[in-house]
Design a protein around this ligand. Sequence first.
Ligand SMILES: NC(=O)c1ccc[n+]([C@@H]2O[C@H](COP(=O)([O-])OP(=O)(O)OC[C@H]3O[C@@H](n4cnc5c(N)ncnc54)[C@H](OP(=O)(O)O)[C@@H]3O)[C@@H](O)[C@H]2O)c1
Length: 246
Amino acid sequence: MICFSKEDIFLVTGASSGIGKEIALRLNSLGASVLANGRNEERLQKTKSMAAHPENFFLEARELTENIQELPLWVKNLKEKYGRLKGLISCAGVIADQPLQVLDESTGKKLFDVNYFAPVFLAKGFADRRVYASENASITFLASISAFLGEKAQTFYGASKAALIASAKTLSHELSPKVRVNCISPGPIDTEMTNRAVEIHGHSNISRCTLGIGNVKDVSALASFLVSHEARWITGQNYILDGGYI
Ligand SMILES: NC(=O)c1ccc[n+]([C@@H]2O[C@H](COP(=O)([O-])OP(=O)(O)OC[C@H]3O[C@@H](n4cnc5c(N)ncnc54)[C@H](OP(=O)(O)O)[C@@H]3O)[C@@H](O)[C@H]2O)c1
């Protein structure tokens, strides 16, 4: 069985909603300390109110796209405040469906800031040898099957996730053997992000999942395994978790 101690400290971004929230709560219920990041403080408080061990659940609100260059320093300061970090689980992300004819540069840049540059600069901070834990440190990025599908209107979203997967592979080589680096690429998961996309487009391709739409717990189960000792020999991988979509 997977279990952690309160000395196992995980920084989880996107912890105010959906997948990140569920990962933060699961890790905490398995005994870990969690530094929960999001922008919306009210929603972060709500996440904490659901925590099994609220005394080991800490809120660190921050807009990740402001001063991306300074994210490594922020991560280092978190280490000074809480202790060495066992893992970074980067879940914060946004989706913006735009067909080619309405693509605009500023939407693309904003999307890449959240989905690609912020995770990479958080990883840069985590990878400082004064920051990560000596045993089984890891980085897990939430990517997406959109990196592979070529879905209509996902020129930027798919590219931002494909870029993240490519960089994760590079980082896994650069940081081995001290830090393991992996990606999870979910298909449609029942979260606000998916619901918003269905609302906007009035339809979805969820019926393509032969096992039905995914639940946030399906993702948190894999994430908690990937950051545990049981996964100590796994790095540089991208796990497609899509209920049979592809
Ligand atoms: N849901 C799916 O079907 C699906 C499928 C494949 C991949 N994914 C990926 O999985 C991840 C989580 O998705 P989700 O469905 O859980 O999304 P979600 O429910 O919309 O939650 C997104 C989270 O990201 C945070 N966030 C967004 N922009 C931010 C910024 N600039 N700075 C700091 N935090 C920011 C939000 O914080 P606030 O609450 O403060 O806004 C929120 O906690 C994303 O990377 C997404 O691309 C999702």
